[in-house]
Design a protein around this ligand. Structure first.
Ligand code: DGL
Length: 271
C-alpha cells in the first residue's frame, strides 16, 4: 500500500557504485532522510550504451523504486540523467531530480570568464545535454567538452593518485588548459574521487564543479518546496543499498564511494 508520509525513503540510482558519491552528499545535507539506492551492476557501464537502452533501463529502475514507495528519486548517474531524465520526469508523479541542471547552474554561477569545461562518459558528452543547457542559459559561453571514458576504470581500480592516472589526465585535460577554462564540471559519478588530482593537473585557478554536491542541494530544495522533508534530528537515517548483481569487489568498492561501512547489500531483479 502506498503511503504519503514524509517518512518514506528517497530513491537514488546509478549504473553501479558511482552514484554513492551522490548518496554521500545527500547524507551530509539531509541527515534525517532514509535512502534506498539501487546500483544496476548487472548492466554497468551505461556510459557507452545507446540512449534507447539507457531509457529502458532507467524506466525499469523507476518502476522498482516506485514499488518500494519512495517519495522522490535522484537519478545519480550522469549518463542516465543525460538520456532519460526528461522522460522519467514526465512519467512520474513524484519529484525526479537529475545531476545535470544542478551542475550547469553551479558552473554558471562559478565562472568568471564564461569558458567552461565538461568531462564525462562518451554517452553524456555525445548527448549534448550539458552543452545545450549551458548555451541556453548563457548564450556565448565557450564550452570545451571532452569524453574521458578511461577514468571510470581508474577510479574503480583505486588508482586515485597513481602516476598513470596523472598522465592520462594530463592528456585528457590539455584542451581545457589551451581553452583557458576557469571552471570544469565533473560530469560523471566517479570523478569526485579524482578531484585532488584533476585540480593538481588543471592548477588552482580552475574551479571544479562536483555534480554530487549540487544534486544533493537541488534535492533539498525540491523536498522543501513539496513539503516532503523530514525534520533534521528526528530520526537516525537508514541507507539501504541494493544491486542487480553482486560482483566480488562490490561491497569494498561501495564502501569507498560512500565513505562508510555498509552491511546487508541485497541483490534484486529489475525489469
Ligand atoms: N554512472 C556513470 C555516469 O555517471 C558512469 C559509469 C558508467 O558508465 O556506467 O555517467
Amino acid at each position: 500500500m502506498k503511503s504519503f508520509s514524509v517518512e518514506r525513503p528517497i530513491g537514488a540510482f546509478d549504473s553501479g557504485v558511482g552514484g554513492l558519491t551522490v548518496v554521500q552528499a545527500m547524507r551530509e545535507l539531509l541527515p534525517a532522510e532514509d535512502i534506498l539506492y539501487l546500483g544496476d551492476t548487472a548492466r554497468v557501464p551505461y556510459g557507452n550504451k545507446s540512449p534507447e537502452t539507457i531509457i529502458r533501463y532507467s524506466r525499469e529502475i523507476m518502476t522498482y523504486l516506485r514499488a518500494n514507495d519512495v517519495k522522490a528519486v535522484v537519478v545519480a548517474c550522469n549518463t542516465a540523467s543525460a538520456h532519460a531524465l526528461a522522460i522519467l520526469q514526465k512519467e512520474s508523479d513524484i519529484p525526479v531530480i537529475g545531476v545535470i541542471v544542478p551542475g550547469v547552474e553551479a558552473a554558471l554561477s562559478t565562472t568568471r570568464n564564461k569558458r567552461i569545461g565538461i568531462i564525462g562518459t562518451q554517452g553524456t558528452i555525445q548527448s549534448d545535454a550539458y552543452q545545450s543547457l549551458l548555451r541556453r542559459l548563457q548564450p556565448g559561453v565557450v564550452i570545451t567538452a571532452i569524453p574521458t571514458p578511461l577514468l571510470v576504470s581508474l577510479v574503480e581500480e583505486d588508482w586515485l593518485s597513481h602516476k598513470a592516472t596523472h598522465l592520462i589526465l594530463e592528456e585528457y585535460l590539455a584542451p581545457m588548459k589551451a581553452a583557458q577554462v576557469d571552471t570544469v564540471v565533473l560530469a560523471c559519478t566517479h570523478y569526485p574521487l579524482l578531484k585532488p588530482m584533476v585540480q593538481r593537473v588543471l592548477g588552482p585557478s580552475v574551479t571544479l564543479v562536483d555534480s554530487a554536491q549540487n544534486a544533493a542541494a537541488a534535492l533539498a530544495r525540491e523536498l522543501t518546496s513539496h513539503g516532503l522533508n523530514r525534520p533534521p534530528g528526528s530520526h537516525t537515517a537508514q541507507i539501504t543499498i541494493r544491486a542487480t548483481d553482486l560482483p566480488a569487489q562490490f561491497a569494498r568498492l561501495a564502501e569507498r564511494f560512500l565513505g562508510q561501512e555498509i552491511k546487508g547489500i541485497q541483490q534484486v531483479a529489475v525489469g
